[in-house]
Design a protein around this ligand. Structure first.
Ligand SMILES: Nc1ncnc2c1ncn2[C@@H]1O[C@H](COP(=O)(O)OP(=O)(O)OP(=O)(O)O)[C@@H](O)[C@H]1O
Ligand SMILES: [Mg+2]
Length: 243
């Protein structure tokens, strides 16, 4: 089932310099349960696409069709430093006035399962970058979204931590069985995580190519080691270079 569709979406912003065209007739769709990576250079319009999906902004032209609730993990983890981990992960539910026992139990289960339970009374500045990312993800999942939007979730991490946290986050997404749209400018990361990759040009972003990825391996690290990985990398790199 299709849960998301962009039909010829264009977006322009007005700023002091005049009109800035950010998206130029962007079309793609996402099926239920799919992990889709959006790859493009800095400033192309990737976060703008997520902002359109979450209805924070509206398109200038074209149509954005969304079936389901959205959970949005922003480009920065946006944890509140003056709240402890437990209060941080419950924040979304609090805003929705939906802190039922059932929802609280689900959040507690995720904290335990993802190695954060002993830190529930700690404050964000006492956690490593990777742990903060997991807290932000659990907070996003707490509100039971149908579609998960992750904006460069690993960008602030060093290389080793990034590989480790992407293993963790992939496991969590699989286990919670969420349709996921993940923004990155790292092609390898996209191939290791996604079922489908959408390549954007530089601004104004157009869709340069859409690649289904099928690598028969259970985790992002194992996919990186698979022989198919290099083949995907080469064909995607060719599209990126031919800008
Ligand atoms: N609300 C807004 N008003 C005006 N301009 C905006 C707005 N949001 C984004 N822009 C501009 O649109 C362009 C694309 O921004 P966007 O954040 O979508 O890029 P991005 O691909 O996510 O970049 P990055 O990889 O650096 O995060 C940028 O030039 C940005 O300054
Ligand atoms: Mg961005």
């Amino acid at each position: 089932m299709k849960v998301l569709e962009f039909e010829n979406v264009s977006k322009r912003f007005c700023n002091q310099q005049g009109i800035l065209q950010v998206l130029d007739h962007v079309s793609f769709s996402v099926q239920e349960g799919e992990i889709v990576a959006i790859v493009g250079p800095s400033g192309a319009g990737k976060s703008t696409i997520l902002n359109l999906i979450s209805k924070l902004i509206t398109p200038s032209e074209g149509k954005v069709i969304v079936n389901g609730n959205i959970g949005y993990m922003f480009q920065r983890d946006c944890l509140f430093e003056w709240k402890n981990i437990y209060q941080n992960v419950l924040l979304g539910l609090e805003i929705q006035k939906n802190k039922t026992q059932e929802n609280k139990s689900r959040v507690e289960r995720m904290l335990k399962e993802y190695g954060l339970w002993e830190f529930k009374d700690a404050y964000p500045n006492q956690l490593s970058g990777g742990m903060r990312q997991r807290v932000a993800l659990i907070r996003t999942l707490a509100v039971h979204p149908d579609i998960l939007l992750l904006d460069e979730p690993f960008a602030a991490l060093d290389y080793q931590t990034k590989l480790k946290v992407s293993e963790d986050i992939y496991k969590i997404i699989q286990k919670e069985n969420k349709t996921t749209i993940i923004v990155t400018h790292d092609v390898s990361e996209a191939i290791s995580l996604a079922d489908k990759i959408i390549i954007l040009s530089s601004r104004p972003a157009q869709v340069k190519g859409i690649f289904p990825i099928v690598i028969d391996a259970p985790t992002p690290l194992k996919k990186r080691q698979h022989q198919e990985f290099q083949r995907y990398f080469e064909s995607i790199w060719e599209v990126i270079q031919n800008e």
